[in-house]
Design a protein around this ligand. Structure first.
Ligand code: HBI
Length: 100
């Protein structure tokens, strides 16, 4: 895999797109964060299972927190020391898995 390059916040925001629900947070060199809400725990966990399979395929894994029907997702790239194109691609792929 190519070496991951750290994106500047303005680059990340541009690549995410205007209507993105991902937030660019100045933590640990930069992370992307999104919260997704579901009807119940079962729906939240089903979503997490889909994301987990995607993460394994891409070898790029979310940090996340689940409480009942809420999933908080954080994406960052250790090698880049912040947000890289891998996080942007993963964010877009996760968006595709959000129902509705
Ligand atoms: N997932 N989000 C994320 N960021 C990483 O840097 C990362 C990962 N999954 C696997 C991975 N890195 C491996 O390449 C090892 O560095 C653990």
């Amino acid at each position: 895999m190519n070496k991951a390059v750290r994106l500047q916040p303005f680059e990340a925001i541009e690549l995410l797109g205007k209507s993105s629900l991902w937030e660019c947070v100045a933590e640990r060199g930069g992370v992307l964060r999104r919260t997704v809400m579901f009807a119940d725990f079962s729906d939240a966990f089903a979503f997490m299972t889909r994301v987990a399979l995607l993460a394994e395929r891409r070898n790029h894994h979310p940090e996340w927190f689940n409480l009942f029907n809420r999933v908080d997702i954080t994406l960052t790239t250790h090698e880049a020391g912040g947000i890289s194109a891998r996080d942007i691609e993963m964010a877009h792929a996760i968006d595709e898995l959000v129902p509705g």
